[in-house]
Design a protein around this ligand. Sequence first.
Ligand code: DX5
Ligand code: ZN
Length: 230
Amino acid sequence: MARQPDQIAPSILSADFAKLGEEVDNVLASGAEIVHFDVMDNHYVPNLTIGPLVCDALRSHGVTADIDVHMMVKPVDRIIPDFAKAGATYITFHPEASEHIDRSLALTREHGCKSGLVFNPATSLSYLDHVMDKVDMILLMSVNPGFGGQSFIPGTMDKLRAARKMIDDSGYDIRLEIDGGVKVDNIAEIKAAGADTFVAGSGIFGFPGDSDANRYNTIVGKMLAELAKV
Ligand code: DX5
Ligand code: ZN
């Protein structure tokens, strides 16, 4: 099975929320393709961010790119239909946060979205054993969830290789996404370990260019150039 094309997914957690629509427009104009949307509930993770209203607002603003909703919430099922209605493309959740993982994955697809599971650094990939046919995305956390700006945990490289093998062996079209501490200087190594979807928050929004129109061209361009080397 062919590997999916690389995609950069800026995490808007590190964007300027006072002008979010403009930030998303600028980062998508730079060559990034997916909007990574971090949902935190001050319960499953010790931080509080954004919900379906903001996803809906981005769609109303005119964002047509895929929106990748990373739910760090517990419980999971109640909020899935709300995100589907708000225009989410992908909805991913942490298996520890759902009482019935198979049901939550099915619910996501029933509502017309792509489904996925998210693995914390110490969470086993064995949660995938019986649901490979029910996921469109596997997201590996390379930091503990809850905050942007943390350092990449090196052990994630081996886990990426293991997840890559599971996907290749399965024969399904499943994206392998990495989230946390992704920068220009490690993105090539991360791709070589098997990832095809690269979340970067502080690594992108922390490096604005000179003018608003091409604000993120330089940093996203550097990441794409690194990916092209692998
Ligand atoms: C952390 C979030 C990440 C975070 C990544 O819980 O899931 O998406 O925003 O931020 P950086 O790229 O700064 O590590
Ligand atoms: Zn995330």
